[in-house]
Design a protein around this ligand. Structure first.
Ligand code: ACO
Length: 275
């Protein structure tokens, strides 16, 4: 296993899966300015890293991420507007813009606490698998603020109106099972099986054509806010770009193996990428 350590983040690479681990367990992986800079750098490297097929974001110790660091991100930066702006930019950049449009599949593996500002990367990831025992909460209201830093916006994307209003306004916490029931996460499993189940999903994604996966998520995420004419134009352009640029020539391979060779059925599985 190849490992790279940043001050507050550790990246472990194994079998095409890169594990980006928030690594401040003693602070429950609260997001300090340094953590924002480290995650931005780590994700930027993984974006173009040839060995990385799938990125998993998880936390060291008992927590996934306890939200923004109240001491280092909020209180300390009040007196330092220049650093506040820089850290604020890095925070939005990795948690939303970079992660939401990441060119490879992303999985949030929620091993424990997930509070406040942690909902942004949670929702930005394509998939989220939570431990049944994980504890989630929109705790902002409990200390006199509201879910900012894009959290309210991303909640509107991923929770129903009733669920969002309830948890934003009560600050009540809920567990991984409840998060799965509300479809905030893809599914939840007992903590003892969390890593195994995450690897299973990552391995499934590794079997797919990477260029098609990249285009698939880009198109879905981009067209959500478009009108039908724009969406049709986008899909037509992306489809031509994929057909022209896919190094694997997946579309042709898939059609040939189904229509000519009759060696597989696309409805029931993937074409043979080695042929
Ligand atoms: N910011 C700063 N420090 C934090 C944070 C945080 N968000 N979360 C935990 N810590 C620190 C604690 O201050 C403590 O530090 P210390 O050992 O130097 O005193 C250490 O992490 C351990 O925290 P405990 O509270 O002792 O750990 P416990 O396991 O009992 O509780 C829990 C964990 C529930 C996560 C608790 O720490 C907590 O409520 N944290 C705040 C969670 C929160 O509301 N986050 C949202 C912030 S708002 C936003 O993100 C916009």
């Amino acid at each position: 296993m190849e490992t790279k350590s940043y001050a507050t983040v550790k990246v472990e690479k194994e079998d095409g899966i890169s594990w980006a681990i928030l690594n401040r367990p003693e602070k429950r992986n609260a997001m300090s300015p340094q953590l924002h800079y480290d995650m931005l750098e780590a994700l930027t490297e993984l974006e173009s890293d040839k060995e990385t097929r799938v990125v998993v974001i998880t936390g060291a110790g008992e927590s996934w991420c306890a939200g923004q660091d109240l001491k280092e991100y909020f209180r300390a930066l009040e007196k330092n507007p220049a650093e506040k702006r820089k850290a604020g930019w890095a925070s939005q950049e990795w948690r939303w813009r970079k992660l939401y449009t990441f060119p490879k599949p992303t999985i949030a593996m929620v091993n424990g606490f997930c509070f406040g500002g942690a909902f942004t990367p949670l929702i930005a990831c394509d998939f989220a698998i939570a431990a049944d025992e994980a504890i989630f909460g929109l705790s902002e209201i409990n200390w006199g603020i509201f879910p900012g830093g894009l959290v309210s916006r991303v909640l509107a994307e991923s929770m129903t109106y009733r669920d969002a209003m309830y948890y934003i306004m009560t600050g009540d916490s809920f567990d991984g099972k409840k998060a799965a029931e509300m479809r905030l996460v893809t599914y939840s499993v007992p903590k003892a099986k969390l890593r195994e189940e995450t690897i299973k999903l990552a391995n499934k994604l590794k079997q797919k054509n990477p260029a098609a996966l990249k285009a698939a998520k880009e198109v879905y995420k981009a067209c959500k806010t478009m009108d039908y004419w724009q969406a049709e134009e986008l899909m037509s352009a992306k489809s031509a770009a994929l057909a022209a640029n896919d190094p694997e020539r997946g579309r042709e391979k898939g059609m040939k193996q189904f229509l000519d060779d009759k060696t597989y059925r696309p409805g029931l599985g993937h074409y043979d990428r080695n042929k």
